[in-house]
Design a protein around this ligand. Structure first.
Ligand code: ADP
Length: 171
């Protein structure tokens, strides 16, 4: 069952012992605030040097780097949509972030992958709507693919965790 391969926790994604950590980056891929800043601080300066060579990333797309000082083997940087009015392709782009990240993780042969709540911080995507999209995409991908074996959803704050936990209990 795909559901048993998904774990929900409240915590800091930089502390997760997984093969891949997903970064909710911005299109420049040169670091920023929120989870992006935390990942760059924890990974160390080598990450920014590698990111500089990537030439940015389009919204809804994803790119891989090494994970430097993190326990993980790789970081997948994906760029979530800025939420405008909910009618500007935001849902499709957010779904694409989860799907492209999982596809890249599969190509890498990653056993496990941890996601933050993409776009629901500075990019203001409503948490419940984002969570439904995240769970839907992840479930669909896992139903069709044996790798990655495990997906960890990491919620940083209790507000986000509460929303995810409620929807998670329904899947
Ligand atoms: P975005 O610009 O995609 O909205 P943010 O980093 O602003 O990205 O926020 C996305 C989510 O990541 C928010 O729920 C925020 O609380 C969370 N977050 C911030 N720091 C961390 C961290 N160290 N680990 C996991 N999640 C984090």
């Amino acid at each position: 069952m795909p559901e048993s391969r998904i774990e929900l926790i409240q915590g800091d994604i930089t502390h997760q012992d997984v093969s891949v950590i997903v970064n909710a980056a911005n299109s420049g891929l040169l670091g920023g605030g929120g989870v992006d800043g935390a990942i760059h601080r924890a990974a160390g300066p080598g990450l920014l040097q590698e990111c500089r060579k990537l030439g940015g990333c389009a919204t809804g797309e994803a790119k891989v780097t090494g994970a430097y000082d993190l326990k993980a083997q790789w970081i997948i940087h994906t760029v979530g949509p800025v939420y405008k009015d909910g009618k500007s392709g935001e849902d499709r782009l957010l779904a694409s972030c989860y799907r492209r990240s999982l596809e890249l993780a599969k190509e890498l042969g990653a056993v496990s992958i941890a996601f933050p709540s993409i776009s629901t911080g500075a990019y203001r995507f409503p948490v419940e709507r984002a969570c439904r999209i995240a769970l839907g995409e992840i479930k669909q991908f896992l139903a069709q693919n044996p790798v990655p074996e495990k997906v960890v959803l990491v919620c940083f704050d209790s507000f986000t965790y509460g929303h995810y936990a409620r929807l998670f209990s329904m899947i």
